[in-house]
Design a binder for this molecule. Structure first.
Ligand code: GDP
Ligand code: MG
Length: 313
């Protein structure tokens, strides 16, 4: 495919078009993904999550500038599970990352729930793969908030940075959504505000409660993203974590688990589609439902009939 060839040769236009194909679920999307797959697995993937307004985009902007200065090529996928528009609600991020958008070593793409058939987590993970095959060294997945869908999305990353803000009760919000458990590095951003020590103690306490006894103790770094303060130290911690992942074999393990989960999810999706297309929309299914309503049959028998048919198909 020409598009794939161009993408692998570094065409940004081809990358943009491939992303659109994946996002819009065009028929050729699967062929594109198949063709680029052998070229993936090279980039390092960083997830960034935290409450809206915590400063994730501001921090991403500053982090990326550090990596670009170090000669890295960086892809950014900004994902908003609450918006049906790609880029609509993330307009503010575009402004905050304005000068990055024109940098030839940076590629930014925003995604919403448009054409949500395949699920945003899967789609954003495919977009990451496209950027990986394109040749990005680092790919950042930034999500807008702290809900379950955000957790699912950042699970596609190798390491996760959780951004918290002092004095907001963010900590409690994060604990609820299971965000703390997925943090490999913590940033207390807006460290120009009061309450950093308290938040720091709370995160440390949470980490003490973690029963997994991991070899990696997530570091807590203070940043003032809007003033570019503490960002170099944060980069160091993020690099340390990636090094740890590589040296301990954890990276390989996490990626292998992710591959397995991805395949299972795709099988489920495929079977779900088959059921929707071939069974649920059939006359015979409608008749069986009616029979249940007349109490001539029961739901358990119908389910058995249907699954039996699928398994033999
Ligand atoms: N006081 C202060 N404001 C910040 C800091 N970092 C970001 N902001 C501001 O917080 C607001 C939200 O930032 P944004 O990056 O869009 O947050 P996001 O929703 O997590 O992506 C913006 O007005 C930023 O300028 C900081 O360290 N201190
Ligand atoms: Mg943002």
């Amino acid at each position: 495919m020409d598009l794939v060839k161009e993408l692998l040769n570094g065409s940004r236009l081809a990358l943009a078009r491939a992303i659109t194909a994946v996002e819009s679920e065009y028929d050729e999307a699967i062929d594109i993904m198949k063709a680029i797959y052998p070229k993936t697995g090279r980039a390092r993937i960083l997830g960034i999550t935290g409450a809206p307004g915590a400063g994730k985009s501001t921090l991403t902007d500053k982090l990326v500038k550090q990596y670009v200065k170090a000669g890295k090529k960086v892809g950014i996928v900004a994902v908003d599970p609450t918006s049906p528009f790609s880029g609509g609600a993330i307009l503010g991020d575009r402004i905050r990352m304005n000068d990055l958008a024109t940098n030839e070593n940076v590629f930014i793409r925003s995604m919403g729930t448009r054409g949500s058939l395949g699920g945003l987590s899967k789609k954003s993970s495919d977009v990451v793969k496209l950027m990986d095959a394109f040749g990005m060294d680092l790919i950042i997945i930034e999500t807008v908030g702290v809900g379950q869908s955000e957790v699912d999305i950042v699970k596609n990353a190798d390491s996760t940075l959780v951004v918290l803000v002092p004095g907001l009760g963010d900590d409690i919000q994060a604990i609820k959504a299971g965000i703390l458990e997925i943090g490999d590095v913590f940033a207390i951003n807006k460290a120009d505000r009061d309450g950093c020590d308290k938040l720091n103690v709370e995160i440390e306490m949470m980490l003490d409660l973690d029963s997994r006894k991991l070899a990696w103790r997530p570091p807590i770094k203070r940043t003032i993203a809007s003033q570019d303060v503490g960002v170099e130290e944060l980069v160091e911690s993020l690099d340390d974590h990636f090094e740890y992942l590589e040296d301990s074999g954890e990276l390989q393990k996490r990626r292998a688990e992710r591959t397995r989960d991805e395949i299972i999810a795709m099988i489920n999706e495929q079977i779900g589609r088959y059921i929707a297309d071939k069974i649920v929309s059939s006359d015979s299914f409608a008749e069986q439902v009616e029979a249940v309503n007349r109490r001539e049959s029961d739901p358990y028998s119908v389910v058995f009939n249907v699954t039996d048919k699928v398994l033999k198909a």
